[in-house]
Design a protein around this ligand. Structure first.
Ligand code: AMP
Length: 286
């Protein structure tokens, strides 16, 4: 496994692989890896000839009062996990490599970027799209792997790829959870034991939504209110949003139907967590 810290080093490998007709799979991450990230790596390993993982805590996707400085980092541990998964190349650039002095260009996906998480994190998806487009240009993957954990991110990146005619296929993969249902996240490391228990309220509220839908309830307002009631019973929780939207446009729906996203963001203490469930081809995916 190679580790590249510069764009030139990555391009050197990419050029050789392309010359040999090898298919490149790419998994962008911010590091502090868990089974969610590794599930993407494993799928990339299965589907492509060479697997590149980037580890970069991207400053442009964090707001001024967010956790950029304290975001968990452990490169040595990440490196050892990725080496066990048979990754070919880790791209581990510095901020200066990605955003040299005088950097000026940003990518926006209008409207979609302002909904759900975009409302409480202005500029977040502009940062995500910018860094992902730069990474795509550097790594030149045929396929790029993303988790449904960040559903809005998947939808926005698919739109960016479509609108900008990028020669890459976005492959969205299932949300991986802990045994008790909590969606795996690097940010779970912020939670103390009491908060960790309280954090289950996100996944429980989605279970409630799923039960209601299975019993025939379709009204978004009713489902949303039942979820809010449940979350508000948890003293450590403060709701940022609970939304039921179209899976493509992210526009609010009155009725749950095929291609629906039920997404929520909740503060547990000072930690903001997200979770979601999708209804795709008539099936519930959580
Ligand atoms: P991050 O390091 O948080 O930027 O995440 C990197 C990639 O891993 C993104 O595509 C995430 O959606 C994905 N990911 C993070 N957590 C999970 C999870 N629990 N299950 C599946 N994918 C995940």
């Amino acid at each position: 496994m190679e580790i590249a810290k510069t764009i030139e080093e990555v391009k050197h490998h990419v050029l050789l692989w392309k010359k040999n007709g090898l298919k490149i799979g790419f998994v962008p991450t911010m590091g502090y890896l868990h089974e969610g990230h590794l599930s993407l790596v494993r799928e990339a390993r299965k589907r492509t000839d060479r697997v590149v993982v980037s580890i970069f805590v991207n400053p442009t996707q964090f707001g001024p009062n967010e956790d950029y400085q304290v975001y968990p980092r452990d490169f040595e541990r990440d490196q050892s996990l990725l080496s066990k998964e048979g990754v070919d190349l880790i791209f581990y650039p510095s901020v200066e490599v990605m955003y040299p002095e005088g950097y000026k260009t940003y990518v926006e996906v209008k409207d979609l970027q302002d909904r759900l998480c975009g409302r409480s994190r202005p500029g977040h998806f502009r940062g995500v799209c910018t860094v992902v487009l730069k990474l795509f240009n550097i790594v030149q993957p045929e396929e790029a792997f993303f988790g449904w954990k960040d559903a809005q991110q998947v939808i926005i990146l698919q739109k960016m790829v479509e609108d900008l005619n990028l020669p890459v296929k976005i492959v969205p993969l299932p949300l991986i959870r802990d045994n008790d249902g909590l969606a795996l996240s690097s940010r779970n490391s912020y939670l103390n034991p009491e908060e960790r228990k309280a954090a289950l309220v996100l996944s429980r509220s989605l279970d409630l939504a799923a039960e209601l839908i299975k019993s025939g309830e379709k009204r978004a307002e009713v489902i949303k209110n039942r979820m809010l009631e449940l979350i508000q019973q948890e003293p450590w929780a403060r709701v940022d949003y609970v939304e039921i939207v179209d899976l493509k446009t992210l526009e609010p729906l009155e009725q749950v139907q095929d291609n629906t996203l039920i997404a929520l963001a909740v503060y547990i203490g000072r930690t903001r967590l997200i979770d979601n469930l999708r209804i795709i081809s008539g099936g519930l995916e959580k």
